[in-house]
Write a protein that binds this ligand. Sequence first.
Ligand SMILES: Cc1cc2nc3c(=O)[nH]c(=O)nc-3n(C[C@H](O)[C@H](O)[C@H](O)COP(=O)(O)O)c2cc1C
Length: 481
Amino acid sequence: MAAPPSTPPAASGRLLVIYASQTGNAMDAAERVGREAERGGCPAVDVLPMDSFDPSCLPRERFVVFVVSTTGQGDPPDSMKGFWRYLLQKKLGARWLEGVGYAVFGLGDSGYQKYNFPAKKLDKRLLYLGAEPIIGIGLGDDQHPSGYEGALDPWLLSLWESLNKTTLSLLPRMSGIIHPDLSVLGDAKVEIIYYSSDEVQQEYNLSDSRKLIGRARSLSPALQFINNDGEPHYMLQMVTNQRLTKDDSDRDVRHFELENPSSVTSGITYQVGNALEILPSQNPSAIDSFMERCNLDPDCYITIRAKDRNKVSKGSLVNGFMDCIKLKTFVALTMDVASASPRRYFFEVMSFFATAEHEKEKLQYFASPEGRDDLYQYNQKEGRTVLEVLQDFPSVQMPFECIVSWHTPFKRTRHGLCSSWLAELNPNQENLIPCWIHHGSLPPPHPSTPLVLIGPGTGCAPFRAFVAERAAQRLLVFSCP
Ligand SMILES: Cc1cc2nc3c(=O)[nH]c(=O)nc-3n(C[C@H](O)[C@H](O)[C@H](O)COP(=O)(O)O)c2cc1C
């Protein structure tokens, strides 16, 4: 069998960075590790998603940095599961990774009970398998005032210092990391080909909106593993949007009803306790402002693809998105321009394109370790969006491929993008909502099983559903004290 493309020819002198990310943070962090290694003069660096690397090749590596986040209740990201299963095999003895130097950086949130569990377990397992730690594990914490970067900054510095000391050939230039040359920008990760609307009508058959939504959805690292068929199961119409809490209450709890307008008789098929996934839309005027700010032609079409397919996760970020699409639709479906804050590296990329000197200086400061706290204040704390940041620095004209490359698509936001969007919807008047139905985390109880409920703090939706179902069937025979 041919070796996978990410396999080195022999015991290699490269630095391999492997990441497992659920919503993009670990990917951003891993890319930073790769960039800094290059700046430090590392002769060969590869940054790969974990599911693109064949774990049986691990013993051939000389230096590996793992960047791993946590999801669920202390669970590994989906892209780590296969790799982790492989590592747990009994046949791999305590000397399997002899000669491999490794470092693990975990991303988590100390508000969770199982804080950074996958990274901690990985660190222990690698040690057991005979690998040698270059430095101790680093733990990034969402609770830190600067997020995971609060721990990543000092951890990376000690990683580079250690490699510089022990293996000069791998990291010869500490100065390149401490005083990076910000006039050099790495290659964009994607390439984009533009077409006018006339060309597209002649040469391409555009897919319908459900197909486009399905492909756009594959851009979210969190959703790539849910199912292969990304097209919405239903396009639903909101028919009821009722506020349950009083108008003067801080909490906005709502009752929504959705209907399938295309099949009045068959409705929607689901089991009690299933979960409904909804794709919210972005505010159309924010999309227009973003297009205008970036000088993008609202009528043009693009094809977009990763420059190096081997470095794209199996679930395919841009790999699955090769067809021609209207640029405006691409922005609306894949780029959260009006609610997510940009990443630190985005500021560095912006500084490269700033033509006003004072803007360049400010952006470079924000991107530096000294400016980290001020950036946090300006960016995350104030909840500035990509659009607002671009508007604050008007001299920056970034090519669209750079925005796509370094703005991680659809990040989680603190405002609850979906719930605020839903709350604003006007029943019966809005466009159709793309929806998917997934198995719930709990199987529905058998109708003959008595329900004894111990009220959970959060995640009570399936319990409510079970009770409501019993009530609808008039099978509810007990009452709460
Ligand atoms: C749904 C969800 C569950 C999480 N569960 C945990 C957890 O159990 N333990 C933990 O330490 N962090 C947990 N976190 C925090 C994430 O690990 C942290 O935000 C990390 O930066 C995400 O990295 P990623 O974007 O690469 O997936 C959770 C985050 C989310 C959104």
